[in-house]
Design a binder for this molecule. Sequence first.
Ligand code: NAI
Length: 253
Amino acid sequence: MSGRMDGRVAIVTGGASGIGAASVRRFLDEGATVVIADVQEEPGRALAAELGERASYAHCDVSTEDSVAGLVDTAVERHGRLDVMFANAGIMGALGPIAKSRIEDVDATFAVNLRGVLLSMKHAARVMQPRRSGCILATSSPAGVMGGVGPHAYSAAKAGVIGLVQSVAAELRPHGIRVNAIIPGAILSAMTADLVAGDPGDLAGASTKLTSSPLVGRPGAPEDVAAAAAFLACDDAAFVTGSTFRIDAGYTC
Ligand code: NAI
């Protein structure tokens, strides 16, 4: 076996589904050992069992510091090190007009999509810094750069992810740790299936955006994003940090 991630240990949050699950598979194909971190225990365990001995599941709620700290400690206990943290877990949260925004929904959206990424970075840095190497990836969204009608809290959180990445990349650069953001375009997953089935009044145009990209004649697939994540996670991207990668077939152009 010879892959670009041979011997690397990775955590993928939100690894039980969609972009996360595709990234778990891709990282394994590239030679990594992967901890699938997710609140969804059953699909997380099933995926780990399907993928064999280099994959394992760890329950984690990224919005809770103890849970993220425990996840990172578990990865290090199981495998001796952590090379890659893919902070990918996310929720759409509540959609609707700003005048009807409920602050508890906003806080819940921020807790997973922004605090969860910050905590994942914090605890990854804690174990990567002494080794002076590592790679952190975080999933943002077109909503974080373009906005859009309805997902105001989600947009704010995903814009925050880009700011976090730039700040933390600057801080960790002297420590040999790379930090990059990924912007997936409209990708078919459990999250977007819900979105298409949602209230079209809140989501004008969402279903048409998700059907097919004029670039490739098909919708975006989780594997499209996983391929970019694998590139950023391996030494091919050794000179890349603080970047925001748009894997969106030009959706945000
Ligand atoms: P998905 O719904 O298939 O996967 C999200 C995963 O995150 C699920 O397995 C879920 O259980 C997990 N999760 C949710 N809350 C969590 C928590 N508190 N702690 C740990 N895990 C938690 O959705 P998808 O599409 O794969 O989303 C992955 C990331 O990509 C998200 O951050 C999402 O915002 C982002 N994204 C997705 C796009 C798309 O078109 N699908 C577009 C832009 C960004």
